[in-house]
Design a protein around this ligand. Structure first.
Ligand code: SAM
Length: 272
């Protein structure tokens, strides 16, 4: 990865999450409370712990972890989404939570400074996810915990490649979703012993999935993503299990929508 690639990727990330700071932020904070609470249990978050939530976005994990730990820092690359996160922390009167601008690939903490490092739905935006997990392992002390939630790709490289193509049409800042075996290999390579893992399937309505990425019917990104996704329906060649269903009657527009399944992996590990 060259410096230019890294700069370009950061530009794509900031563009995506500045444009969608509110619509994505509303969605993530409201619907991922269960994810955050599950990860807090999996990593054994407790009142003496100091933690970091990297690529924290609107504070999806940090706002929940703040209720369990002594202190947590939410770190993100996109100023607009940090503003939204700070607003939520203020509204919820959470005084043990700070948000900072920063890069998950180079965490601003000394080796072994923290008890817990967590991240959610972010590694598929990183050019080098192994480097980020390496940083998480570096900043926690021995016996500290690392927790990751992310979309899980198929173990079949062709299916994974097609799903990543669809994801990149939807969101240009998507780099690559990893299969479970790759997560496990990365954790092992950084001295992280897996304590617990869970897989959850999330049903997503295509129109809403596109809306939170900032696109509406008629937008080029919306139409191209739909066309490619539709081409996978017969053989499920992207592993999204797409199916046509009657649209939500509360929504204006077409009578039908596509529903997909996102497979989500939860991993909790201990630094040995
Ligand atoms: C899909 S959002 C996930 C946000 C939140 N963790 C959640 O679960 O809702 C991805 C976030 O990763 C951030 N991000 C991407 N690359 C990053 C990097 N290198 N360092 C820090 N944040 C990054 C983006 O700004 C965005 O807020």
């Amino acid at each position: 990865m060259t410096l230019t690639d890294d700069k370009r990727q950061k530009h794509l990330v900031r563009e995506q999450f500045t444009r969608t700071a509110e619509v994505f932020g509303d969605f993530a904070v409201a619907t991922r409370v269960g994810d955050a609470e599950l990860l807090a249990r999996m990593v054994g978050a407790k009142s003496a712990d100091c933690a970091v939530d990297l690529a924290s976005g609107p504070g999806t994990l940090a706002l929940r972890f703040a209720r369990h730990v002594r202190w947590i820092c939410g770190l993100d690359l996109t100023p607009a989404i940090l503003l939204r996160a700070r607003r939520s922390a203020q509204t919820e009167s959470l005084a043990n939570l700070d948000f900072a601008l920063g890069d998950a690939q180079a965490l601003p903490f000394a080796d072994g400074a923290l008890d817990i490092a967590v991240t959610s739905y972010s590694l598929h935006h990183m050019p080098d996810p192994a480097r980020v997990v390496g940083e998480m392992a570096r900043v926690v002390k021995r016996g500290g915990r690392v927790g990751v939630i992310d979309i899980r790709a198929s173990e079949d490289p062709q299916v994974a490649a097609m799903s990543n193509r669809i994801e990149r049409l939807r969101d240009a800042s998507h780099t690559r979703s990893l299969p479970k075996s790759e997560f496990e290999a990365i954790f092992a390579a950084h001295g992280l012993r897996i304590l617990a893992q869970e897989t959850r399937e999330q049903d997503r309505a295509f129109r809403h999935w596109m809306l939170v990425a900032g696109w509406n019917p008629g937008d080029r990104e919306f139409e191209e993503t739909r066309r490619l996704l539709e081409s996978t329906i017969g053989e499920d060649s992207a592993g999204f299990h797409p199916r046509i269903v009657p649209a939500d009657p509360a929504e204006a527009g077409e009578a039908r929508d596509i529903h997909i399944i996102n497979t989500i992996l939860f991993l909790a590990a201990e630094k040995v």
